[in-house]
Design a protein around this ligand. Structure first.
Ligand SMILES: NC(=O)C1=CN([C@@H]2O[C@H](COP(=O)(O)OP(=O)(O)OC[C@H]3O[C@@H](n4cnc5c(N)ncnc54)[C@H](OP(=O)(O)O)[C@@H]3O)[C@@H](O)[C@H]2O)C=CC1
Ligand SMILES: O=C(O)[C@H](O)COP(=O)(O)O
Length: 478
């Protein structure tokens, strides 16, 4: 008999306890309370999950796409019905403030519906042979889009529902089956999201939910011959490792970032300050797309730093229950890491403009000025509420500092000159440039890409449909 807060895994429509009799305890990031336990699955159970998904896939792919879409629409409705319950779970498990946790659920339902709609209009193509030299009109190719098979979806802790569904929905609408491995801290939210999918009528085995530490079952999953495609969001180190494990299957990786804000001389500083603070500190900076450094010309730096300080001072700090803007980080190790970056910068003469206070996992929002390239915080990803300002002498230096980073997720460029915006954007080695706006993933139908160590392949609703299918070509010779 399972205790109230012990959560099972799902295989072939059955919620089950592991035969290992081992569970993993999940502790709240903002109280010391145990939020629940999830199953530490064995390799045999992982095998069963993958084989079950494989068995369910063909029948699912054979269904008309409009029937597959019905499941997604129903799933979105079920999630919305449970927005309060799932929002509470996200808050308790990963410490996101309640308002943002509920918004995550609503945004997820919107992604699922949009994915269903895109899926209905997603078709292959037709080609005629005579456009190639020597070719004939009598040779025609019909190009259909086919599912890849079993998609392994691995998600991180920071959007435990949203980033999971953003992988699962495109996989399902295109006729794939799914093995879903949530982040361990985030797995209860994953269980709840999958319960909603089951309530919506999930066929048995079509999605199997596996739980267990990535360090224990991760390699087994990613190198398993039954997996046909991997879609992963998480840390760069994990992603690099994963890409070495996976062999001969497509892999999409969304990894870490060090997104800069480039504040050009003609920028609207009020707009820039508003966007930078919101971009840097939402969910305490635990977003891959958070603004993680600011470049400003020396002669404008005092003014911009003053404006940033005014805004940072007003951020509410405390518990996610009270909808605080700044909340405790996911765990002590993460808070220690961010503190280490701050300490290193302070030891090397950075100025603390605001913050550098700590209560356990709760780091107050920290604004650092006079950060130099010798400091770790200029290059490393904190995933926490610290914003370094780097004073530069030229626009070229801003571009150079951007491109010197190992990461290449997004960058913000603040300018009132559209020509400068495009000229600078073209020079930045990142997946996306935001002109006069904070770095962010949404709207979710835009392509979402990391280059260099920030990722491989593209997400975003339409692009995910592409990456989860292959062309099947039938040539007719009349
Ligand atoms: N570019 C993007 O879109 C995003 C990037 N990120 C990045 O993710 C990081 C923070 O997220 P976090 O959850 O801590 O990231 P991790 O890389 O620690 O974990 C991500 C997922 O990978 C799993 N995992 C761990 N080891 C393995 C393995 N060997 N094989 C397969 N899977 C494994 C984890 O499981 P378990 O939890 O059990 O360890 C988890 O489900 C930050 O660096 C951030 O920048 C985060 C969100 C978005
Ligand atoms: O997981 C993340 O950090 C993201 O994919 C960023 O999403 P956001 O820009 O919508 O916060």
């Amino acid at each position: 008999m399972m205790s109230m807060n012990t959560y099972p895994y799902l295989i072939n429509g059955q919620w089950q306890e592991s035969t290992t009799n081992e569970t993993i305890e999940l502790v709240s990031p903002y109280t010391d309370e145990v939020v629940g336990h999830v199953q530490a699955m064995s390799r045999d159970e992982v095998d069963e999950a993958i084989h079950g998904a494989k068995s369910a896939q063909q029948e699912w792919a054979a269904l008309p796409v409009n029937k597959r879409a019905e499941l997604l629409y129903a799933w979105a409705d079920k999630l919305e019905e449970r927005v309060d319950e799932i929002g509470q779970i996200i808050m308790r498990e990963v410490g996101k403030n309640l308002s943002d946790a509920k918004k995550e659920v609503v945004r997820t339902a919107e992604i699922i519906r949009y994915t269903a709609e895109e899926g209905l209009r997603f078709t292959g193509g037709f080609m005629q042979g005579d456009s190639f030299p020597g070719g004939s009109k009598n040779k025609m190719a019909i190009i259909k889009k086919e599912a890849l098979g079993v998609v392994l979806a691995i998600s991180p802790f920071n959007y435990p529902v949203n980033l999971a569904a953003a992988k699962i929905a495109p996989a399902l609408i295109t006729g794939n089956a799914v093995v879903f491995k949530p982040a361990t801290q985030g797995a209860i939210s994953g269980v709840k999201m999958v319960e909603a999918l089951q309530d919506a009528g999930l066929p048995s085995g079509l999605l199997n939910l596996v739980t267990g530490r990535g360090s224990v079952i991760g390699d087994y999953l990613t190198s398993h011959p039954g997996i046909d495609m991997i879609t992963f969001t998480g840390g760069t180190g994990t992603g690099q490792h994963l890409s070495q494990q996976a062999s001969m299957v497509p892999v999409v990786l969304e990894l870490g970032g060090k997104d800069p804000a480039l504040v050009l001389e003609d920028a609207d500083l009020t707009l820039a300050a508003d966007q930078i603070v919101s971009g840097a500190f939402s969910y305490s900076g635990q977003r891959c797309t958070a603004i993680k450094r600011v470049f400003v010309l020396e002669h404008q730096a005092d003014e911009l730093v003053g404006m940033l300080k005014d805004r940072v001072e007003k951020l509410t700090v405390g518990s996610p229950v009270d909808n605080s803007f700044i909340v405790p980080l996911i765990d002590k190790k993460s808070a220690d890491y961010v503190q280490g970056l701050i300490d290193d910068a302070v030891n090397k003469q950075a100025t603390v403009v605001h913050g550098n206070e700590r209560d356990g996992n709760l780091l107050h929002p920290t604004l650092l000025d006079h950060v130099t390239r010798e400091m770790r915080v200029a290059w490393e990803e904190p995933f926490g509420p610290v914003l370094p300002v780097i004073r530069v002498n030229s626009l070229d230096e801003m571009i150079e500092l951007t491109n010197e980073s190992e990461f290449g997720l997004q960058a913000s460029v603040f300018t009132q000159n559209v020509n400068s915006a495009f000229t600078v954007a073209d020079k930045l080695e990142v997946g996306t440039v935001q002109v006069n706006g904070r770095t962010e993933r949404g709207p979710d139908h835009f392509p979402f890409i990391g280059v260099k160590q920030s990722g491989l392949g593209v997400q975003g609703i339409g692009r995910s449909l592409e990456t989860m299918t292959r062309d099947k070509v039938t040539v007719i010779n009349l």
